[in-house]
Design a protein around this ligand. Structure first.
Ligand code: LLP
Length: 441
């Protein structure tokens, strides 16, 4: 198990997270259940925050990319750790604000922000809007003008760096739907356009090259391209950016095909970025910019596990053994979407050796509803509690009510104590917005 993690096997042979016995959690709160370890989330927020402090004299801010896991409690944790957040929709913004998160530390993203979302953002006093299109610049300029404010903005640029990760989650290739391309001149043209808007205060650039990336080189190359771009805009438009946002994307451990990074490794990733910024600033004679990073997955990913109860077991001799659980693609669609590979453990028999490889199936009416294939486990029995690890990022946030299954609740564990941070959905919740037209009654 990962060294940074609070996952352990206790004296009863049960899996333990944050000092809480996973089997007791399953008994008390039921399954499926998302479990989050607060200490882990805080530890990761601090690794980035403290590295910016010690290696960049605190001239920057860590923004938790809340698309990875958005709920009021996680914004409350980010607030208490004195970091900022990135939101990508009116819904995430609403969640952050209703958790009391300070608006000035919120960065608003999205490749197609709606007019209504931009009105909401500007009216709420959102610190910075990251512009992703010219039409968005027009909208924010108009809204800010009507409100009598000058809105702080960054422009999302696409430095054209290819990171070696799953193709679906690469965002900075030149065919990306995100940002303005540096290579074809549209990023420079966007700067000129935004600088001409009187209600927009352009501060700099944002880039994000993808997710689940382990190659430091890809990040460094992106930084270099952003700094080169900063210098070229300074020369051509006489505008020197004072803020650079380098996005997120640091990888996490899901299974042993991936490295198990330690806190030090994440610190080193950030140090490499900082060094690249510093040396490019010297090369081009630029002032050191205010530096932002937006990690999501690496803050919450390994902080979360999902607990399931094993139901039907089907052995198709010589072909496959299916172990079905009481969750599935409605709480974790990542196998269905990306063939993501997870690690599973029997929480109630965590010491037992793995003797077989099984496919873990969900309960949705869909053959592709799998949590994983060929997952090594001891002989699984109906009633076992199965824990799937590293489900803290992009699981709850991508969950759905497919087949009208309830999205599982989430508990936060702190010092062995667990409490709900997301209550269980009821059937009543599921039908809450349904209406039957009079003529059908
Ligand atoms: N900033 C921006 C602008 C982003 O688009 C993202 C992720 C992040 C930060 C955070 O990246 P992270 O540190 O979490 O890698 N649903 C996919 C992941 C999509 C990532 C989208 N953008 C998955 O489940 O793997």
């Amino acid at each position: 198990m990962n060294q940074r993690s609070t996952l352990k096997i206790n004296a009863d042979g049960h899996l333990e997270i944050g000092g809480a016995d996973a089997v007791s959690l399953a008994r008390k709160f039921g399954t499926p259940l998302y479990v989050f370890d607060e200490a882990y989330i805080r530890k990761m927020m601090r690794v980035y925050r403290d590295t910016l402090q010690s290696r960049y004299e605190g001239r920057g801010l860590v923004l938790y990319a809340s698309k990875a896991f958005s709920c009021k409690a996680v914004y409350a944790i980010a607030k208490s750790e004195n970091i900022g957040v990135d939101v990508v929709s009116g819904g995430e913004l609403y969640t952050a604000l209703s958790a009391g998160f300070p608006a000035d530390k919120i960065y608003m993203h999205g490749n197609n922000k709606l007019f209504s979302e931009l009105v909401y953002a500007v009216e709420s006093g959102v610190g910075t809007v990251v512009l992703d299109s010219l039409s968005e610049a027009d909208m924010v300029d108009k809204i800010a003008g009507e409100k009598g404010v000058k809105q702080r903005v960054l422009i999302r640029i696409n430095p054209g760096v290819e990171a070696h990760t799953h193709a679906f989650i690469q965002t900075a290739r030149t065919d990306s739907k995100f940002g303005f391309s540096v290579s074809d001149g549209s990023a420079a043209a966007a700067c000129k356009y935004v600088l001409s808007k009187k209600n927009l205060a352009l501060h700099g650039y944002h880039c994000h090259i993808g997710s689940q990336i382990f190659e430091e080189e890809a990040f460094k190359l992106a930084v270099e391209k952003v700094m080169d771009f900063t210098a070229s805009v300074k020369n051509s438009l006489n505008f020197e950016a004072d803020t650079i946002n380098l996005g997120g994307g640091f990888g996490v451990w899901y299974n042993d095909e991936e490295p198990k990074l330690k806190e030090k490794d994440y610190e080193n990733y950030l140090i490499a970025l900082i060094e690249a910024v510093k040396s490019k600033a010297v090369e081009h004679g630029l002032k050191l910019p205010y530096l932002l990073i937006e990690p999501g997955r690496s803050i919450v990913g390994e902080a979360g596990i999902t607990l399931y109860t094993v139901g039907a077991i089907k052995d198709i001799p010589g072909i496959k053994k299916y172990v079905a659980v009481d969750g599935g693609m409605f709480d974790n669609p990542r196998y269905a979407l990306y063939q993501s590979k997870y690690t599973a453990i029997l929480a109630n028999r965590a010491n037992e050796k793995c003797t077989e490889k099984v496919s873990i199936a969900g309960k949705c009416c869909e053959s592709g509803d799998l949590i994983g294939v060929d997952m090594p486990l001891p002989e699984v029995k109906t009633g076992d509690i199965l824990a799937v690890l590293t489900t803290g990022a992009y699981n709850y946030s991508m969950a759905s009510n497919y087949n009208r299954n309830a999205v599982p609740p989430a508990v936060l564990v702190n010092d062995g104590q667990a409490e709900y941070i997301i209550k269980p959905q009821t059937y009543e919740d599921i039908v809450r917005n349904d209406l039957i037209p009079e003529r059908l009654k």
